[in-house]
Design a protein around this ligand. Structure first.
Ligand SMILES: Nc1nc2c(ncn2[C@@H]2O[C@H](COP(=O)(O)OP(=O)(O)O)[C@@H](O)[C@H]2O)c(=O)[nH]1
Ligand SMILES: [Mg+2]
Length: 489
C-alpha cells in the first residue's frame, strides 16, 4: 500500500489512487502556489449513494471499489485526475455514519458561527473523536484541508430529515460546495431532493455516473470550476485536454481497426505436405488453424481498444464475441456485415461489377435483386466469392513435396463483417463509463444503418477499400472512411 501525506491529511492509496502532494514540505514557494491552484473535491454523503461510482467515472478508473455493500470505502482516498497539461483531485470518502452525534459534539464546542470552521478542524484533530467517529473524521479531513464539497444523494429514494445533520455539518466547514443527485434506480424523488438541497447548497445538479456521457461529464467539470475562482484556469485546461484526448482515442481506435483489417484480409496459412492426398486430408486442420488465428487477432484488437479507453477490469469477456455469431458463421453474416441489398449496392458503387450487371444496377436495387440477386448472391457466385470461405490451394515445391494453403478469404462481405463487429464494440466501449462494471451486451447492431448514413462518396470509398482488401491491393484512404464509422452519438 502506498501512503502519502498531504498537509495534515493522510491519504491511503491502495487501488490505483494517486497522491496529491508526493513530497510535502519539499516544494518551492511557486510549486506550493501552483498546488493550491489545483482543484480538489471531496465526494461525501450517506453510504451507498454512488460516491465511489462518481469518482470512478470522472477519473476514468475502473479499479475503484464500488459495491452494494455499505461501508466498502473505509478511508479517504485521493485520485489525481491527470490530463496532458493539467490535473485535479477527487477524494473518495467513507459515508457519514453518525452525523447527529457529530453535530451535537460540534454544537457543544462552538459558541457562535465565527468558530464553526475551527471547531470542525478541532473535531478532526481530536483523539477521542478519531476513535469514536472514524468515518466522519476521514471524510471531513480533506475538506478542512481545502477540498471543495460534492455532496451525493440518491434521487430514487425519498428525502428525509436524517440527512439534515450531514448537510449542516458540511455547512459548518465553510468550504465551497455543491450537491449531486444521482438517480440510481429512477428519477422519482429528484424534485423533492432538489427543493431540500436548495436550502443548503447554491448549486445542485443531477448526475448519473453510470449513464453520463462525455458531454455531461464535461458540463459537470464546468460547474466545478465555478466553485472556486482560483481553480478556473486549471479546470478549463483539464476540459480542453479531455476533449483532445477523446479525439486521440478515436484516432487510435481507427488505427487499431486498420491494422486488424489489413492483417485478417491478407492472412494465409500454409503447411508442407508430402502428397496431394495428404493435403486434402489436412484441409480441416488448416481451416481450424486459420479461423483460430483470425479470431485471436480480432480479440487482440478488442483488447487494444479496451486499453485505449482505460478499461482494465470490465467483466466483458472476449469469448462472447465468438458465439453468437461466430466470425465464420456465414449464415449470420448478413446481420453483421452488409445485407444482400447493400452488397449489391457496394458492388455497383465500387465499380467492381462489369458489363450487364452494372447496367442492371443502374436500374435500381430492387429490380436488380429480383433479376439477378439469387444467382449473384447464391453459393458459388463469382463476385461474392464462393459459398465456401476458404479454398485449399496445393502447389508443388521445388525441393519436392507440396505446400497446402488456405486463405486469404475472398468473400466480399468478410471485411464488412470485421468492420461491423469492431464498430459495434467500439460504440459500446467508447460510451462505457468506468463506474459501470456490467458486462457489455453483444448483439447484432446498426452497422448497416451506419453504412447507409455515410455520404454517397464515403460509401463509395468504403466499398472500394473493401474491394481492394479482398483483392490484396494497396489502400490509402482506409483511415478516413473508417473514422466516419467510428463516431459515438
Ligand atoms: N444502476 C446504477 N447503479 C448505481 C449508480 N450509482 C451507484 N450505483 C450502485 O450503487 C451501489 C453503491 O455505489 P457506490 O459508488 O459504491 O456508493 P458509495 O458507497 O456512496 O461509494 C453500487 O452497487 C453501485 O453499483 C448508478 O448511477 N446507476
Ligand atoms: Mg464508496
Amino acid at each position: 500500500m502506498h501512503i502519502c501525506k498531504s498537509g495534515n491529511v493522510l491519504f491511503t492509496n491502495s487501488k490505483g489512487g494517486h497522491c496529491i502532494n508526493q513530497h510535502p514540505g519539499q516544494g518551492t514557494q511557486q510549486q506550493k502556489k501552483r498546488g493550491n491552484m489545483q482543484a480538489k473535491f471531496a465526494v461525501v454523503g450517506h453510504p451507498n449513494k454512488g460516491k465511489s461510482s462518481i469518482v470512478s467515472t470522472l477519473s476514468h478508473n475502473d479499479q475503484i471499489s464500488i459495491s452494494s455493500r455499505s461501508g466498502t470505502t473505509e478511508k479517504a482516498e485521493a485520485y489525481l485526475v491527470k490530463t496532458t497539461t493539467s490535473a485535479y483531485a477527487l477524494i473518495d470518502t467513507p459515508g457519514f455514519q453518525r452525523p447527529t452525534k457529530v453535530l451535537q459534539w460540534l454544537q457543544q464546542h462552538a459558541a457562535n458561527a465565527s468558530e464553526r470552521a475551527a471547531v470542525v478542524a478541532q473535531f478532526v484533530a481530536d483523539d477521542t473523536c478519531q476513535r469514536q467517529f472514524p468515518d466522519e473524521v476521514a471524510l471531513l479531513k480533506p475538506i478542512i484541508d481545502g477540498a471543495a464539497i460534492l455532496y451525493v444523494v440518491d434521487g430514487s429514494r425519498p428525502y428525509g430529515a436524517e440527512y439534515e445533520a450531514e448537510m449542516e455539518i458540511l455547512r459548518w466547514t465553510g468550504q465551497p460546495s455543491m450537491a449531486l443527485v444521482n438517480p440510481i434506480e429512477s428519477e422519482d424523488c429528484v424534485d423533492e431532493w432538489k427543493s431540500a438541497l436548495a436550502q443548503f447548497f447554491k448549486t445542485v445538479r443531477v448526475f448519473n455516473p453510470f449513464d453520463a456521457d462525455f458531454d455531461k461529464q464535461v458540463e459537470l467539470l464546468q460547474t466545478f470550476s465555478f466553485l472556486n475562482p482560483d481553480w478556473q484556469p486549471s479546470l478549463s485546461q483539464v476540459i480542453e485536454d479531455l476533449r483532445q484526448s477523446r479525439q486521440r482515442q478515436q484516432q487510435e481506435s481507427v488505427q487499431i481497426l486498420v491494422r486488424l483489417l489489413l492483417d485478417v484480409c491478407s492472412y494465409q496459412y500454409c503447411q508442407k505436405v508430402l502428397t496431394h492426398q495428404q493435403a486434402k486430408a489436412s484441409e480441416a486442420l488448416l481451416h481450424k488453424h486459420f479461423s483460430n488465428w483470425v479470431a485471436q487477432r480480432e480479440k487482440e484488437a478488442i483488447s487494444e481498444l479496451l486499453s485505449v479507453f482505460a478499461h482494465t477490469t470490465t467483466s466483458f469477456s472476449l469469448d462472447q464475441i465468438d458465439t453468437p455469431p461466430d466470425l465464420f458463421d456465414v449464415d449470420q453474416w448478413f446481420a453483421w456485415g452488409l445485407n444482400k441489398k447493400q452488397l449489391v449496392s457496394a458492388a455497383t458503387l465500387a465499380g467492381a461489377m462489369g458489363g450487364a450487371a452494372v447496367d442492371m444496377a443502374v436500374a435500381g436495387h430492387s429490380f436488380m435483386l429480383g433479376a439477378i440477386g439469387g444467382g449473384l448472391l447464391g453459393a458459388g457466385s463469382a463476385w461474392f466469392g464462393s459459398g465456401k470461405l476458404l479454398d485449399l490451394k496445393v502447389k508443388g515445391l521445388p525441393m519436392g513435396g507440396f505446400q497446402a494453403c488456405v486463405g486469404p478469404i475472398k468473400n466480399r462481405n468478410f471485411p464488412y463483417v470485421v468492420i461491423g463487429r469492431y464498430v459495434y464494440l467500439y460504440r459500446q466501449i467508447a460510451r462505457l463509463n468506468h463506474a459501470d462494471r456490467r458486462a457489455l451486451n453483444v448483439n447484432a447492431d446498426d452497422f448497416q444503418t451506419a453504412v447507409d448514413n455515410l455520404e454517397k462518396n464515403a460509401q463509395k470509398t468504403l466499398h472500394k477499400a473493401c474491394d481492394k482488401l479482398i483483392k490484396q491491393k494497396r489502400i490509402d484512404e482506409l483511415d478516413e472512411v473508417l473514422s466516419a464509422l467510428l463516431t459515438v452519438d
